[in-house]
Design a protein around this ligand. Structure first.
Ligand SMILES: [Zn+2]
Length: 279
């Protein structure tokens, strides 16, 4: 008896979905999983456990070695200690609201308003803990609303970026720099990186596996012990690629080398050129 989800079915795409799809007595599909099969014209076939020679695909324990879960970041602010006090009052400590996927990181209860030359955005979440330098991450769409167009940067690379005004309950700060559109990146612990045969600084190509098979052509890998495996994208990228947090993307190239050419279910029916220099 198993609960079969759309995410599990998507993960099976790279191996080929069985048609009809075998289910055992007691198996349940989520509505999204049922739609997923229906859209592909794949019927269910009820089978007895002994009729399945190999374990059913959806019950395989080990995840594919080429899949990375997605974490979508909405607009947010990282604050220095000094700026926390100026926006929220002296001695103020951020109040954790919920933990984030990366260890020690949390979304705080506190929010600010961002004010740009053209408009403002309220209720922008502060992420904790405090940082050495304040950094504001928005999407390009947010930039149109604010009337300000920051560059795409990896976190912490703030030289030459524009500033923005932040309004808190106890004060207002106008930054001279620190506004970016976050460059997408993969976090991985050393163990996870090893499993995926990745190392810090690698550049990989990732493909969304859903209705919009968008390819992220040049994603930087960041490896560090406190990290956990996650592909961080912003709201615009998530919307364009039809991705939500918890979906998975697959690695299709590592440092310019095709990771697994045949694993591209949404490219045209003709199989890739057969090269499979899977490193
Ligand atoms: Zn990140």
């Amino acid at each position: 008896m198993a609960l079969i989800t759309e995410t599990q079915l998507r993960a099976l795409l790279i191996k080929g979905l069985p048609n009809p799809f075998p289910v055992m007595e007691g198996d349940k599909l989520t509505p999204a999983a049922a739609d997923f099969l229906k859209e592909r014209g794949i019927p269910l076939r009820r089978v007895a456990p002994e009729q399945i020679s190999n374990p059913p695909l959806h019950l395989e324990a080990s995840p594919s070695p080429n899949l990375i879960p997605v974490g979508v970041s909405n607009r947010h602010v990282h604050l220095s200690l000094n700026h926390i006090e100026r926006l929220f009052g002296s001695e103020h400590k951020l109040t954790p609201l919920r933990e984030l996927s990366q260890k020690g990181q949390f979304a705080a209860k506190e929010t600010v308003t961002l004010q740009g030359p053209k408009g403002s955005i309220t209720d922008v979440r502060i992420l904790g803990p405090s940082r050495g330098e304040t950094q504001v991450e928005i999407s390009r769409t947010d930039g149109f609303e604010l009337g300000i167009h920051p560059p795409v940067r990896l976190s912490g690379k703030l030289a030459g970026t524009p500033g923005i005004t932040m309004i808190g309950p106890r004060g207002t700060i106008t930054l001279s720099q620190g506004l970016i559109i976050a460059q997408n990146h993969v976090h991985a612990s050393p163990e996870e990186a090893q499993q995926l045969q990745l190392k810090h600084g690698d550049r990989i190509m990732l493909q969304a596996m859903g209705k919009r098979p968008v390819i992220f052509a040049d994603v930087t890998v960041r490896v560090s012990p406190p990290f956990s495996l996650d592909f961080h994208i912003d709201r615009d990228e998530a919307n364009a690629a039809h991705l939500s947090s918890g979906d998975t993307v697959q690695i299709i190239r590592k440092n310019g080398v095709i990771a697994n050419a045949e694993r591209r279910p949404y490219l045209s029916g003709d199989q890739a050129d057969g090269r499979s220099d899977h490193s």
